[in-house]
Design a protein around this ligand. Structure first.
Ligand code: GLC
Length: 546
């Protein structure tokens, strides 16, 4: 089996299951829930970071790559987790946060204490003659990308929070230290690696201003150096494992670069996460806005990436949800009127595409954005900054709240909803983030008589049963239909037509003759009738195999 045949499940440990009642999910909690994970039929579990961290960015501010944050568990727990999952044929994928470290990390602390050797681990620069920052770059979490370096005249670069200092990959010692981290976890039996924001590691040594008023990501994104360094990392770390899965999280990347990252001839990565399809509900490209999604744009992006990556022998990671995105069902579906239908339609679109599908915890039971009514429920640094900035721009409180409620990363980070018991059965204590809507939406209810969970299991099983899903080519079908996204996969004489109605109204869809006598291998409505003018129900999906 290669990475193409797999289905990967994402666990956000802080919100999966709390075994000790402190309100925070932990590794032992995940161990208790292994039977549930195994029941899905997935091959690998990606865990968000559980390393020692002050948690300013929920673990993406790593203070020690070699130890487990005490409130999440111990190294022995992680070793047991890896071993117990393997007993079920499930491998572990860990998050490698190698672009930056927490300012609590020993390297930064030693740099601050004046050790030159460690100062060269970071981007330290002098301000401009007028006292302003070294460049006009902005942090992705708002505000300038520079912060005073202790009480010196220098500033350090942070593309994310000011407690996440960017590492200077130009320094060969930094690269060696980071490869040691990767090898340490490979030696523990980890076989999946998810590289956080990997395409911004290649900043120039000489940092330049962006044009005034412009956020010019090209100054630090997808530079040729990124490819060189990934190739080096491949040689020095995971290249030695026969069996492994690697995925790079690529912020604002291009198809051309993503082909470079994933064409097997280049010895870089197996696949990439790209995000263009999740920006189709951004007004004028701005995240902190609220507007309906642009369906034609979404469809064309999905199609362009499928076609483009295929042409360049690249490979996509397929996903709607993760810990940084509001729930897709709230953005592209209708959780009120067509909860199960729209959840399963979205799942079908991704799982039968060309690429490797990822399921984010809770997606498989149709979890939705929490129905918070007050800013005091939100905790994420990005959401809190955005709210302040919106108010500063003159947006009124009600509108600012509505925007944050639709875009906050907390939306997907609420605790996994296990049952309708207190706190969704996630904790016996006070949850770090409050779950809502769990009386209707929870694992126990889905296991009993739900429609979403069994559908996900069916999709996962289909990938194993029909090679056309993991191996087939991709071509669009009736791309200009106003409410349907359809495509054909083809492999070894088998053809699979996948049809998805993205709207809450019925519609007609033309079916080519060859599919009229095909076999429906999955559908989210019972017994679809195959006819020339196919009648599609609201949010209906079906796949026909010939
Ligand atoms: C990635 C992570 C996100 C984190 C950021 C900085 O985008 O997914 O959660 O905040 O990198 O590490």
């Amino acid at each position: 089996m290669s990475f193409r045949d797999k289905v990967i499940y994402q666990v956000y440990p802080k919100s999966f299951y709390d075994s000790d009642g402190d309100g925070i999910g932990d590794i032992r909690g995940v161990i208790e829930k292994i039977p549930y994970i195994a029941s899905l039929g997935v091959d690998m579990v990606w865990f968000n970071p559980f390393y020692v961290s002050p948690q300013n960015d929920n673990g993406y501010d790593v203070a020690d790559y070699y130890r487990v944050n005490p409130d999440m568990g111990t190294m022995a727990d992680v070793e047991e987790l890896i071993a117990r999952l393997k007993e079920h044929g499930i491998e572990v994928m860990l998050d490698m946060v190698l672009n930056h470290v927490s300012t609590d990390h020993e390297w930064f602390q030693r740099a601050l204490a004046g050790e030159k050797e460690y100062q060269d681990f970071f981007y330290l620069r002098e301000g401009k003659a007028d006292g302003s920052y070294p460049t006009n770059w902005e942090s992705k979490f708002g505000g300038p990308a520079w912060e005073n370096f202790g009480d010196t005249d220098l500033f350090y670069l942070h593309l994310y929070d000011r407690t996440q200092a960017d590492l200077n990959w130009h320094n060969p010692r930094v690269r060696q230290e980071l490869y040691k981290v990767v090898n340490f976890w490979l030696d523990k039996g980890v076989r999946g690696l998810r590289f956080d924001v990997l395409n911004v590691i290649g900043k120039a040594e000489f940092l330049e201003d962006a044009a005034p008023g412009v956020v010019d990501k090209s100054l630090y994104t997808d530079t040729p150096r990124v490819h060189t360094w990934i190739q080096e990392m491949h040689r020095e770390t995971f290249g030695r494992c026969d069996y492994k899965v690697t995925v790079g999280e690529m912020s604002s990347t291009t198809i051309e670069n993503s082909i470079g990252y994933t064409n097997p001839e280049n010895n870089e990565l197996d696949m990439v996460f790209s995000f263009h399809h999740l920006k189709v509900d951004y007004l004028d490209g701005q995240k902190w806005t609220k507007t309906d999604f642009d369906f034609p744009l979404l469809k064309h992006l999905l199609n362009d990436w499928a076609m483009g990556m295929q042409a360049g022998k690249g490979w996509n990671a397929l996903f709607w949800n993760n810990h940084d995105q509001p729930r897709a069902i709230n953005r592209f579906g209708d959780p009120v009127n067509f909860h199960a239908e729209s959840a399963t339609m979205l799942a079908t679109v991704m799982h039968l595409q060309r690429g490797t599908p990822y399921i984010y915890q809770g997606e498989e039971i149709g979890m939705v954005d929490p129905s918070y009514e007050n800013m005091s429920d939100y905790v994420d640094v990005e959401a809190l900054n955005a709210y302040k900035e919106l108010l500063a721009e003159g947006v009124n409180e009600a509108n600012a709240f509505e925007i944050v409620a639709s875009k906050a990363r907390d939306n997907s980070r609420t605790p996994m909803q296990w049952s309708n018991a207190a706190n969704a059965g996630f904790t016996s204590g006070d949850p770090w983030l409050r779950p809502t809507d769990f009386e209707q939406i929870n694992v126990a209810a889905e296991e009993k008589n739900g429609k979403i969970l069994p559908y996900y299991k069916q999709l996962i099983a289909l990938r194993k049963a029909h090679p056309v899903i993991a191996r087939g080519s991709y071509a669009p079908y009736e791309l200009d239909h106003e409410s349907v996204y359809a495509y054909v996969r083809e492999h070894d004489g088998a053809r699979l037509l996948v049809i998805n109605n993205f709207y809450g109204e019925p519609t007609e869809f033309p079916l080519d003759e060859e599919f009229l006598h095909g076999r429906v291998v999955i559908s989210n409505y019972p017994d679809p009738v195959l006819e020339e003018n196919l009648q599609l129900q609201p949010y209906q999906s079906l796949a026909i195999l010939i």
